[in-house]
Design a protein around this ligand. Structure first.
Ligand SMILES: NC(=O)C1=CN([C@@H]2O[C@H](COP(=O)(O)OP(=O)(O)OC[C@H]3O[C@@H](n4cnc5c(N)ncnc54)[C@H](O)[C@@H]3O)[C@@H](O)[C@H]2O)C=CC1
Ligand SMILES: O=C([O-])CC(=O)C(=O)O
Length: 333
Protein backbone atom coordinates (compact mmCIF):
# COMPACT_ATOMS: atom_id res chain seq x y z
CA UNK A 1 0.00 0.00 0.00
CA UNK A 2 1.32 3.46 -0.84
CA UNK A 3 2.35 5.75 2.07
CA UNK A 4 0.34 8.89 2.78
CA UNK A 5 2.16 12.06 1.62
CA UNK A 6 4.01 14.03 4.30
CA UNK A 7 4.10 17.81 4.36
CA UNK A 8 7.55 19.39 4.26
CA UNK A 9 8.23 23.13 4.42
CA UNK A 10 11.23 24.95 2.98
CA UNK A 11 11.55 28.62 3.92
CA UNK A 12 13.56 31.02 1.78
CA UNK A 13 12.13 28.94 -1.05
CA UNK A 14 12.91 31.55 -3.73
CA UNK A 15 16.58 31.76 -2.67
CA UNK A 16 19.79 30.08 -3.76
CA UNK A 17 20.03 27.17 -1.32
CA UNK A 18 16.39 26.26 -1.84
CA UNK A 19 16.94 26.12 -5.60
CA UNK A 20 19.16 23.03 -5.11
CA UNK A 21 17.44 21.69 -2.01
CA UNK A 22 13.91 21.54 -3.41
CA UNK A 23 14.98 19.28 -6.26
CA UNK A 24 16.81 16.91 -3.90
CA UNK A 25 13.82 16.65 -1.58
CA UNK A 26 11.26 16.33 -4.35
CA UNK A 27 13.11 13.51 -6.11
CA UNK A 28 13.31 11.41 -2.95
CA UNK A 29 16.90 11.87 -1.77
CA UNK A 30 15.85 12.89 1.75
CA UNK A 31 12.66 11.07 2.73
CA UNK A 32 13.17 8.06 0.48
CA UNK A 33 12.02 6.86 -2.91
CA UNK A 34 8.70 5.52 -1.53
CA UNK A 35 7.58 8.60 0.39
CA UNK A 36 5.17 10.95 -1.46
CA UNK A 37 5.46 14.63 -0.52
CA UNK A 38 3.52 17.87 -0.36
CA UNK A 39 6.01 20.73 -0.45
CA UNK A 40 5.19 23.99 1.30
CA UNK A 41 7.29 26.90 0.03
CA UNK A 42 7.56 30.05 2.17
CA UNK A 43 9.14 33.31 1.12
CA UNK A 44 8.41 37.01 1.64
CA UNK A 45 5.84 38.98 -0.41
CA UNK A 46 8.34 40.68 -2.84
CA UNK A 47 9.63 37.21 -3.84
CA UNK A 48 6.27 35.72 -4.81
CA UNK A 49 6.92 36.29 -8.53
CA UNK A 50 10.26 34.47 -8.37
CA UNK A 51 8.63 31.72 -6.30
CA UNK A 52 6.06 31.24 -9.05
CA UNK A 53 8.95 30.41 -11.39
CA UNK A 54 10.31 27.86 -8.90
CA UNK A 55 6.85 26.25 -8.73
CA UNK A 56 6.74 26.07 -12.54
CA UNK A 57 10.13 24.38 -12.60
CA UNK A 58 9.16 21.85 -9.93
CA UNK A 59 6.13 20.98 -12.01
CA UNK A 60 8.29 20.71 -15.15
CA UNK A 61 10.62 18.26 -13.37
CA UNK A 62 7.71 15.76 -13.53
CA UNK A 63 8.73 14.08 -10.29
CA UNK A 64 6.53 11.12 -9.29
CA UNK A 65 6.79 11.65 -5.51
CA UNK A 66 5.77 15.30 -5.58
CA UNK A 67 1.98 15.32 -5.07
CA UNK A 68 1.47 19.07 -4.68
CA UNK A 69 3.19 22.36 -3.98
CA UNK A 70 1.90 25.13 -1.73
CA UNK A 71 3.70 28.45 -2.38
CA UNK A 72 2.91 31.14 0.19
CA UNK A 73 4.06 34.24 2.04
CA UNK A 74 1.95 33.32 5.08
CA UNK A 75 3.71 31.38 7.88
CA UNK A 76 0.33 30.00 9.04
CA UNK A 77 -0.18 28.26 5.69
CA UNK A 78 3.50 27.33 5.40
CA UNK A 79 3.75 25.54 8.75
CA UNK A 80 0.32 23.85 8.77
CA UNK A 81 0.70 20.13 9.63
CA UNK A 82 4.32 19.90 8.52
CA UNK A 83 6.39 16.86 9.57
CA UNK A 84 9.72 18.42 8.59
CA UNK A 85 10.87 22.04 8.35
CA UNK A 86 13.97 23.34 6.59
CA UNK A 87 14.36 26.91 7.87
CA UNK A 88 16.62 28.39 5.22
CA UNK A 89 15.01 31.83 4.73
CA UNK A 90 17.33 34.50 6.16
CA UNK A 91 19.83 37.05 4.94
CA UNK A 92 23.21 35.58 3.85
CA UNK A 93 26.51 37.25 4.79
CA UNK A 94 28.68 39.13 2.32
CA UNK A 95 32.47 39.34 2.02
CA UNK A 96 34.16 40.53 5.22
CA UNK A 97 31.25 39.72 7.56
CA UNK A 98 31.12 37.07 10.30
CA UNK A 99 27.93 35.02 10.50
CA UNK A 100 27.03 36.55 13.86
CA UNK A 101 26.86 39.97 12.14
CA UNK A 102 23.56 38.66 10.71
CA UNK A 103 22.04 38.22 14.15
CA UNK A 104 20.18 41.49 14.38
CA UNK A 105 18.75 41.09 10.86
CA UNK A 106 17.78 37.42 11.14
CA UNK A 107 16.92 36.42 14.69
CA UNK A 108 13.44 37.98 14.64
CA UNK A 109 12.50 35.76 11.70
CA UNK A 110 13.09 32.74 13.92
CA UNK A 111 10.94 34.10 16.73
CA UNK A 112 8.01 34.53 14.33
CA UNK A 113 8.56 31.13 12.77
CA UNK A 114 8.89 29.45 16.18
CA UNK A 115 5.49 30.88 17.13
CA UNK A 116 3.97 29.67 13.86
CA UNK A 117 5.47 26.18 14.23
CA UNK A 118 4.14 26.02 17.79
CA UNK A 119 0.60 26.73 16.64
CA UNK A 120 0.40 24.95 13.30
CA UNK A 121 3.04 22.24 12.79
CA UNK A 122 2.78 18.60 13.87
CA UNK A 123 4.03 18.27 17.46
CA UNK A 124 6.74 15.85 16.35
CA UNK A 125 7.98 18.11 13.54
CA UNK A 126 11.72 17.88 12.92
CA UNK A 127 13.18 21.37 12.43
CA UNK A 128 16.52 22.07 10.78
CA UNK A 129 17.75 25.67 10.94
CA UNK A 130 20.11 26.58 8.10
CA UNK A 131 19.74 30.42 8.15
CA UNK A 132 22.66 32.08 9.95
CA UNK A 133 23.70 32.38 12.68
CA UNK A 134 22.16 28.90 12.62
CA UNK A 135 22.80 27.72 16.20
CA UNK A 136 21.40 30.80 17.88
CA UNK A 137 18.49 31.07 15.45
CA UNK A 138 17.57 27.46 16.30
CA UNK A 139 17.67 28.23 20.02
CA UNK A 140 15.39 31.24 19.62
CA UNK A 141 13.00 29.33 17.34
CA UNK A 142 12.67 26.59 19.97
CA UNK A 143 12.07 29.09 22.79
CA UNK A 144 9.06 30.46 20.92
CA UNK A 145 7.66 26.97 20.28
CA UNK A 146 7.21 25.65 23.82
CA UNK A 147 4.72 22.92 22.84
CA UNK A 148 7.30 21.19 20.62
CA UNK A 149 10.15 19.29 22.34
CA UNK A 150 13.49 21.18 22.37
CA UNK A 151 15.13 18.08 20.90
CA UNK A 152 13.17 18.71 17.67
CA UNK A 153 15.11 21.92 16.90
CA UNK A 154 18.53 21.46 15.33
CA UNK A 155 21.08 23.63 13.54
CA UNK A 156 23.13 22.67 10.54
CA UNK A 157 26.82 21.87 10.99
CA UNK A 158 26.68 19.02 8.47
CA UNK A 159 28.22 21.20 5.80
CA UNK A 160 31.24 21.69 8.08
CA UNK A 161 31.38 17.92 8.67
CA UNK A 162 31.22 17.22 4.93
CA UNK A 163 33.96 19.80 4.33
CA UNK A 164 36.14 18.23 7.03
CA UNK A 165 35.67 14.71 5.67
CA UNK A 166 36.44 15.92 2.14
CA UNK A 167 39.69 17.58 3.34
CA UNK A 168 40.81 14.35 5.00
CA UNK A 169 39.85 12.21 2.01
CA UNK A 170 41.92 14.47 -0.25
CA UNK A 171 44.90 14.40 2.13
CA UNK A 172 44.87 10.59 2.40
CA UNK A 173 43.80 10.10 -1.22
CA UNK A 174 40.74 7.94 -0.57
CA UNK A 175 37.11 8.39 -1.71
CA UNK A 176 35.21 10.71 0.65
CA UNK A 177 32.83 7.92 1.68
CA UNK A 178 35.81 6.12 3.28
CA UNK A 179 36.06 8.85 5.96
CA UNK A 180 33.72 8.67 8.99
CA UNK A 181 33.18 10.03 12.49
CA UNK A 182 34.89 13.41 12.02
CA UNK A 183 33.29 15.76 14.54
CA UNK A 184 32.25 19.40 14.40
CA UNK A 185 32.01 20.81 17.91
CA UNK A 186 30.25 24.03 18.88
CA UNK A 187 29.09 26.89 16.74
CA UNK A 188 28.64 27.04 12.96
CA UNK A 189 31.11 29.91 12.87
CA UNK A 190 34.84 30.49 12.63
CA UNK A 191 35.19 29.29 16.27
CA UNK A 192 33.89 25.80 15.45
CA UNK A 193 36.24 22.94 16.26
CA UNK A 194 36.61 20.39 13.45
CA UNK A 195 38.07 17.36 15.23
CA UNK A 196 39.45 14.33 13.42
CA UNK A 197 40.83 12.63 16.53
CA UNK A 198 37.92 10.16 16.71
CA UNK A 199 37.59 9.85 12.93
CA UNK A 200 38.27 6.74 10.91
CA UNK A 201 39.39 6.03 7.36
CA UNK A 202 38.40 2.81 5.62
CA UNK A 203 41.56 1.46 3.96
CA UNK A 204 42.60 -2.03 2.88
CA UNK A 205 39.34 -3.54 4.12
CA UNK A 206 39.31 -2.05 7.63
CA UNK A 207 38.64 1.16 9.56
CA UNK A 208 41.83 2.75 10.84
CA UNK A 209 42.13 5.92 12.98
CA UNK A 210 42.13 9.05 10.79
CA UNK A 211 45.18 10.30 12.73
CA UNK A 212 47.18 7.25 11.63
CA UNK A 213 45.93 7.49 8.05
CA UNK A 214 46.84 11.20 7.88
CA UNK A 215 50.11 10.76 9.80
CA UNK A 216 50.46 14.51 10.40
CA UNK A 217 49.12 15.76 13.75
CA UNK A 218 50.42 19.27 13.12
CA UNK A 219 48.31 19.52 9.96
CA UNK A 220 45.27 18.15 11.81
CA UNK A 221 45.61 20.85 14.48
CA UNK A 222 46.41 23.78 12.18
CA UNK A 223 45.72 23.87 8.43
CA UNK A 224 42.88 21.33 8.63
CA UNK A 225 41.06 23.20 11.43
CA UNK A 226 41.54 26.61 9.81
CA UNK A 227 40.48 25.47 6.33
CA UNK A 228 37.20 24.08 7.64
CA UNK A 229 36.57 27.06 9.94
CA UNK A 230 37.06 29.49 7.05
CA UNK A 231 35.63 27.50 4.17
CA UNK A 232 32.36 29.45 4.03
CA UNK A 233 34.32 32.71 3.73
CA UNK A 234 36.57 31.20 1.04
CA UNK A 235 33.51 30.29 -1.04
CA UNK A 236 32.09 33.80 -0.60
CA UNK A 237 35.39 35.35 -1.69
CA UNK A 238 35.42 33.19 -4.81
CA UNK A 239 31.72 33.20 -5.77
CA UNK A 240 30.71 36.54 -4.26
CA UNK A 241 27.77 34.57 -2.91
CA UNK A 242 27.66 32.07 -0.07
CA UNK A 243 27.69 28.29 -0.46
CA UNK A 244 24.45 27.00 -1.89
CA UNK A 245 24.81 23.65 -3.67
CA UNK A 246 26.93 22.20 -0.84
CA UNK A 247 24.64 23.73 1.80
CA UNK A 248 21.60 22.12 0.17
CA UNK A 249 23.38 18.75 0.02
CA UNK A 250 24.27 19.02 3.71
CA UNK A 251 20.70 19.96 4.67
CA UNK A 252 19.45 16.88 2.85
CA UNK A 253 22.07 14.68 4.56
CA UNK A 254 21.14 16.05 8.00
CA UNK A 255 17.40 15.48 7.62
CA UNK A 256 17.82 12.07 5.92
CA UNK A 257 19.97 10.79 8.78
CA UNK A 258 17.58 12.24 11.37
CA UNK A 259 14.66 10.35 9.82
CA UNK A 260 16.57 7.16 8.93
CA UNK A 261 19.19 6.84 11.66
CA UNK A 262 22.93 6.28 11.70
CA UNK A 263 24.62 2.89 11.22
CA UNK A 264 26.05 1.18 14.35
CA UNK A 265 29.38 2.72 15.37
CA UNK A 266 28.95 5.75 13.11
CA UNK A 267 27.99 9.25 14.17
CA UNK A 268 27.23 12.61 12.58
CA UNK A 269 27.40 16.18 13.86
CA UNK A 270 24.31 18.28 14.54
CA UNK A 271 23.68 21.48 16.46
CA UNK A 272 21.39 20.33 19.29
CA UNK A 273 20.23 21.69 22.62
CA UNK A 274 23.14 21.28 25.03
CA UNK A 275 22.82 19.28 28.25
CA UNK A 276 26.34 20.34 29.28
CA UNK A 277 28.07 17.25 27.83
CA UNK A 278 31.82 17.69 27.30
CA UNK A 279 31.77 20.87 29.41
CA UNK A 280 29.69 22.79 26.84
CA UNK A 281 27.43 25.50 28.26
CA UNK A 282 23.86 24.32 28.89
CA UNK A 283 20.88 25.71 27.00
CA UNK A 284 22.66 26.79 23.86
CA UNK A 285 22.45 24.94 20.55
CA UNK A 286 25.89 23.30 20.36
CA UNK A 287 27.17 20.95 17.68
CA UNK A 288 27.96 17.50 19.10
CA UNK A 289 28.56 14.06 17.64
CA UNK A 290 25.21 12.26 17.72
CA UNK A 291 23.96 8.80 16.90
CA UNK A 292 20.37 8.51 15.71
CA UNK A 293 17.80 5.73 16.16
CA UNK A 294 14.03 5.75 15.55
CA UNK A 295 14.10 9.47 14.70
CA UNK A 296 15.80 10.45 18.00
CA UNK A 297 19.37 11.71 18.33
CA UNK A 298 21.62 11.04 21.29
CA UNK A 299 24.91 12.77 22.07
CA UNK A 300 27.76 10.25 21.76
CA UNK A 301 29.33 10.01 25.21
CA UNK A 302 32.73 8.94 26.49
CA UNK A 303 34.98 10.38 23.80
CA UNK A 304 38.26 11.46 25.34
CA UNK A 305 39.15 15.11 24.77
CA UNK A 306 42.69 16.42 25.32
CA UNK A 307 43.75 19.92 26.45
CA UNK A 308 43.89 21.22 22.87
CA UNK A 309 40.28 20.12 22.32
CA UNK A 310 39.10 21.47 25.69
CA UNK A 311 40.53 24.90 24.88
CA UNK A 312 38.76 25.07 21.51
CA UNK A 313 35.49 23.76 22.99
CA UNK A 314 35.66 26.50 25.57
CA UNK A 315 36.12 29.26 22.96
CA UNK A 316 33.19 28.17 20.81
CA UNK A 317 30.96 27.66 23.88
CA UNK A 318 31.70 31.21 25.06
CA UNK A 319 30.79 32.59 21.65
CA UNK A 320 27.43 30.80 21.81
CA UNK A 321 26.72 32.33 25.22
CA UNK A 322 27.51 35.79 23.81
CA UNK A 323 25.27 35.19 20.80
CA UNK A 324 22.44 34.02 23.07
CA UNK A 325 22.66 37.21 25.14
CA UNK A 326 22.74 39.37 22.01
CA UNK A 327 19.79 37.53 20.45
CA UNK A 328 17.68 37.99 23.57
CA UNK A 329 18.59 41.70 23.63
CA UNK A 330 17.59 42.10 19.95
CA UNK A 331 14.25 40.34 20.49
CA UNK A 332 13.39 42.20 23.67
CA UNK A 333 14.42 45.62 22.31
N1 LIG B 1 24.24 26.53 8.29
C1 LIG B 1 24.94 26.49 7.17
O1 LIG B 1 25.83 25.65 7.00
C2 LIG B 1 24.70 27.46 6.06
C3 LIG B 1 23.84 28.52 6.22
N2 LIG B 1 23.62 29.43 5.20
C4 LIG B 1 22.66 30.50 5.45
O2 LIG B 1 21.42 30.17 4.82
C5 LIG B 1 20.66 31.38 4.61
C6 LIG B 1 20.08 31.40 3.20
O3 LIG B 1 21.10 31.46 2.24
P1 LIG B 1 20.78 31.64 0.67
O4 LIG B 1 19.73 30.70 0.23
O5 LIG B 1 22.09 31.64 0.00
O6 LIG B 1 20.21 33.13 0.68
P2 LIG B 1 19.30 33.86 -0.42
O7 LIG B 1 19.37 35.31 -0.14
O8 LIG B 1 19.63 33.37 -1.80
O9 LIG B 1 17.84 33.31 -0.07
C7 LIG B 1 17.23 33.60 1.15
C8 LIG B 1 15.75 33.65 0.88
O10 LIG B 1 15.10 33.80 2.14
C9 LIG B 1 14.01 34.68 1.94
N3 LIG B 1 13.56 35.22 3.23
C10 LIG B 1 14.01 36.29 3.92
N4 LIG B 1 13.27 36.49 5.02
C11 LIG B 1 12.35 35.50 5.05
C12 LIG B 1 11.29 35.18 5.92
N5 LIG B 1 11.04 35.91 7.00
N6 LIG B 1 10.52 34.11 5.64
C13 LIG B 1 10.75 33.37 4.54
N7 LIG B 1 11.73 33.63 3.65
C14 LIG B 1 12.52 34.69 3.91
C15 LIG B 1 14.57 35.72 0.98
O11 LIG B 1 13.52 36.46 0.36
C16 LIG B 1 15.32 34.84 0.01
O12 LIG B 1 14.50 34.39 -1.06
C17 LIG B 1 21.62 32.52 4.92
O13 LIG B 1 21.38 33.02 6.22
C18 LIG B 1 22.99 31.85 4.84
O14 LIG B 1 23.96 32.55 5.59
C19 LIG B 1 24.26 29.30 4.00
C20 LIG B 1 25.12 28.25 3.79
C21 LIG B 1 25.42 27.27 4.79
O1 LIG C 1 29.73 31.17 5.20
C1 LIG C 1 28.55 31.55 5.08
O2 LIG C 1 28.15 32.68 5.36
C2 LIG C 1 27.56 30.56 4.58
C3 LIG C 1 27.73 29.38 5.43
O3 LIG C 1 27.26 29.32 6.55
C4 LIG C 1 28.71 28.39 5.01
O4 LIG C 1 29.09 28.34 3.82
O5 LIG C 1 29.14 27.61 5.86
Amino acid sequence: MESEPIRVVVTGAAGQIAYSLLYMIAKGDVFGSEQPLILHLLDIPPMMGVLEGVVMELSDCALPLLRSVVPTDDPVVAFKDVAAAFLVGAMPRKQGMERKDLLSANVKIFKVQGEALDKHAKKDVKVLVVGNPANTNALICSRYAPSIPKENFTAMTRLDQNRAQAQIAAKVNVPVASVSNVIIWGNHSSTQFPDASHGTVHMAGKDIPARDAVGDDVWLRTAFVETVQKRGAAVINARKMSSAMSAAKAAGDHMRDWFNGTPPGKFVSMGVISDGSYGAPKDVVFSFPVSIKNGKWEIVQGLVTDDFAKELLDVTGKELLEERAEAIAVIEA
